[in-house]
Design a protein around this ligand. Structure first.
Ligand code: UD1
Length: 419
């Protein structure tokens, strides 16, 4: 199994090209099930989660072709098997995103329940509730969600109990082919939802309000093919900016969108960083030890849970004490123990972590526990004295494209070792 070996202490400097967003690409790919025409997506990152979605869609019968790196052509014109098996769904929770499209177009879907994952129980009750409101009959049996609908789904009012990103995406996709109008209230507002709405509209869907907490979808009889570029990855962008901040470096992220990560940029400025931005780039310069920052994770546009672990790494070496409260997932502090193994001083009390900054971390062997947690270990390794060996980096490969190549280009001493 691959590991990452990092020798800390290098100042990061230069430019990094940001990849397309994984979390945007996954629902965009699932949307291919909504039409028999071809869908072409560009700026798709080459990641393990994308491969898992390719595998899942191929298994369902979608013809998946990759004309050039980063481009996918997908066509669901042939016979489709509406079953998403446990073996794939267990690898990636976002597999649940095929549920809405399959049901809307074929009147039936069987999708394995994702089950728990390292960061919390993460149920799909809201997805089910939304589809039931649209007239579907949904039963959970044998570990599978089995949804059926005789005829078209019916437009309905769907009021979510909490702002769920995947739930909003699933219902929005299902509603595009429903009979009548669907109103999603307390919808999630993440940029990935806006990107999905842009694609669906170019496929012929009628959607208003994506990006706000109320989305209105008027169902149409059928959708057609489209061409779409995936939005840049705001979480990857934020992660490289933190790397620059922690190493007191000077890094410019290219091919990104500063407007998608305002809450993160404000926190970086609060930490003492100089942040400059244009339409598609962000430059971060830092020439002193960062100041600790405090925050609560919240749905977009507030501070994202997917940046919590990386900011904890920053606080670990900052001046002062930061208080970090996780409100989205109940168990998203697994990186704390590993960061503490590197010399961080982090105490957890319920959903809150108190991080007392220290002047230096010391390299050690550590274990990556989930995707964003593993990035926090990379960041800590970049500033730790000596050598940090990160095990189970398949977690990183789920969401960070060519991480060691991008970091090396910025001057980091990092390499992948097969042991
Ligand atoms: C997506 C992102 C993930 C990010 C998360 C929150 C993708 C592929 N993943 O995950 O990186 O961390 O948003 O920004 O886009 N919930 C329920 N019932 C449901 C659905 C959700 O209780 O039916 C809860 C979850 O357990 C969680 C909260 O709602 O506590 C938010 O989850 P949700 O927004 O649905 O996350 P995902 O879409 O799975």
């Amino acid at each position: 199994m691959d590991k990452l070996l990092i020798r800390g202490g290098c100042r990061l400097e230069g430019e990094v090209l940001i990849s397309g967003s994984k979390n945007a690409a996954l629902p965009l790919m699932a949307a291919s099930l909504l039409t028999g025409d071809a869908l072409r997506l560009g700026n798709v990152p080459d990641l393990r989660d994308i491969q898992t979605m390719v595998h899942l869609l191929r298994g369902l019968g979608v013809v998946m072709e990759q004309p050039t790196p980063g481009t996918w052509r997908m066509s669901a014109e042939g016979p489709i098997t509406a079953v998403a098996p446990y073996e794939i769904v267990k690898q990636m929770r976002a597999s649940i995103l095929v549920l809405g499209p399959l049901l809307a177009r074929f009147g039936e879907a069987r999708v394995s329940l994702p089950g728990g994952c390292a960061i919390g129980s993460r149920p799909v009750d809201q997805h089910i509730k939304g589809l039931e409101a649209m007239g579907a009959e949904v039963v959970v049996e044998g570990g599978y969600v089995h949804a059926r609908m005789a005829g078209r789904l019916q437009g309905a009012r769907v009021l979510f109990d909490m702002a769920t990103v995947g739930g909003t995406e699933n219902i929005m996709m299902a509603a595009t082919l429903a009979d009548g109008e669907t109103l999603i209230e307390n919808a999630a507002r993440e940029p990935e939802i806006v990107d999905l709405a842009v694609l669906l509209r170019s496929m012929g869907a009628e959607i208003d309000g994506a990006g706000s907490d109320t989305i209105r979808i008027r169902g149409v009889e059928q959708l057609h093919g489209a061409l779409h570029q995936v939005v840049p990855d705001r979480i990857e962008t934020g992660s490289y900016l933190i790397a620059a901040a922690m190493t007191q470096g000077d890094v410019t992220c290219r091919a990104t969108r500063p407007d998608l990560l305002e809450a993160v940029l404000l926190k970086l400025e609060e930490a003492g960083c100089q942040v400059d931005r244009g339409t598609d780039w962000i430059r971060l310069q830092m020439d002193e030890r960062p100041k600790a920052v405090s925050f609560r994770t919240q749905p977009y546009p507030a501070f994202p849970t997917d940046m919590q672990a990386q900011f904890m790494a920053l606080d670990a070496v900052a001046e002062g004490t930061g208080t970090i409260t996780e409100t989205i997932f109940e168990n998203r502090f697994m990186h704390v123990q590993e960061l503490n193994r590197l010399g961080a001083r982090i105490a957890v009390d319920g959903h809150t972590a108190i991080v007392r900054g220290t002047g230096h971390l010391d390299g050690a062997p550590v274990i990556a526990t989930d995707l964003r947690a593993s990035m926090s270990l990379v960041l800590a390794g970049l500033v730790a004295r000596g050598q940090t060996l990160i095990d189970r980096i398949y977690h990183i490969d789920r969401g960070y494209e060519r991480i060691e190549a991008k970091l090396q280009r910025l001057g980091a001493d990092v390499r992948r070792v097969a042991k």
